[in-house]
Design a protein around this ligand. Structure first.
Ligand SMILES: Nc1ncnc2c1ncn2[C@@H]1O[C@H](COP(=O)(O)OP(=O)(O)O)[C@@H](O)[C@H]1O
Ligand SMILES: [Mg+2]
Length: 301
């Protein structure tokens, strides 16, 4: 641990700058990659994070990568923030363009006591991600699943989130170690599953739903992303994969369809510029309305 910062201090990094990396070291260093890891108690649900209170936790999941899960997670957080809620995003998906990038955030989280302060976006969304702690975001993360899963647990306990109405957890695609650990350890109020029309009927989506059932994690519903394209000239709705079958497929899996979003070049261009919060679409409002309805109905039960 003591060596974590030494020898790297050539650019006059502050003490605060070094500490986050030491926090990762607490979860394990790259040298741990070959060790067998199974040190996380299976049934240990974490309580509220230190000095923080998080009211509702929503995880965003997909069967496969590239369906727009992280973008949808960021858009949901943005819409909730627009409605005046205090929102956090815990980025547990380090495989793709990262959540910090979508919000235009760069590293350097400050340490307060023994906790890390999340970065704050321009609409006050609090973000924590492994990518914020890496020296260079382009660095490949070669840690094995269980190690990353441990870090994600630390992102819950050791980050000074403060008071949040909603925490959005962006999960890696699939049903691997990280989703497993998140469902075992975080108090998840519900999961939003994201898919695209052509991936919808694939086994991976059913697998995700089955995992949630098995673990008794509530499924809020399905978001169909990239469902249609709008002609920029005449506004005609083009459905490259034919009329949507999302409702029918969701129903066959016993879950609800929360809504659909178009394939819109503005999503990727704003995301690339770190301005995802500027994207507006009525489809997102509908999805958020449905999520909030689900959560309040569940609370009443
Ligand atoms: N509705 C959309 N319209 C256009 N591009 C999108 C849309 N949703 C996502 N994308 C783009 O697709 C790519 C994958 O999205 P991302 O959110 O990283 O997916 P995932 O997290 O599922 O891997 C990104 O380049 C993103 O900008
Ligand atoms: Mg992603």
């Amino acid at each position: 641990m003591g060596e974590a910062g030494e020898g790297q201090d050539t650019d006059g990094e502050s003490h605060e700058r070094r500490q986050p990396k030491e926090m990762i070291c607490m979860a394990g260093t790259k040298t741990d990659v070959n060790q067998e890891i199974g040190q996380f108690p299976e049934s240990l649900k974490l309580g509220q994070p230190k000095n923080s209170y998080i009211d509702k936790v929503i995880a965003v999941m997909s069967g496969k990568g590239g369906v727009g899960k992280s973008s949808v997670a960021a858009l949901l957080a943005s819409e909730l923030a627009r409605r005046g809620f205090a929102v956090g995003v815990l980025d547990a998906d380090i495989t793709g363009p990262s959540i910090p990038k979508l919000f235009g955030l760069r590293g350097d989280p400050i340490v307060v006591g023994s906790q890390l302060l999340p970065e704050t976006s321009k609409t006050s969304i609090r973000v924590m991600s492994l990518n914020l702690l890496l020296e260079d975001e382009e660095d490949p993360v070669i840690w094995r699943g269980p190690l990353i899963a441990g870090t994600v647990r630390q992102f819950w306990t050791d980050v000074l989130w403060g008071e949040l109405d909603y925490m959005i957890v962006d999960l890696p695609p699939g049903t691997g170690d990280v989703p497993l650990t998140v469902f075992q350890s975080l108090p998840i109020d519900g999961v939003v599953i994201v898919s695209t029309p052509q991936k919808l009927s694939e086994m991976v989506v059913t697998k995700a739903v089955n995992m949630l059932r098995l673990m008794e994690v509530p499924v809020i519903g399905l978001v169909e992303n990239m469902a249609w394209v709008e002609c920029p000239q005449c506004g005609t709705k083009i459905e490259p994969f034919g009329p949507s079958r999302a409702d029918e497929i969701a129903r066959s899996m016993g879950i609800g369809l929360l809504g659909s979003l178009p394939l819109d070049p503005a999503v990727s261009s704003l995301g690339d510029k770190g301005l995802i919060e500027d994207y507006r679409h009525d489809g997102i409002k509908v999805i958020v309305d449905n999520i909030l309805d689900y959560l309040s109905e569940r609370q009443e039960k």
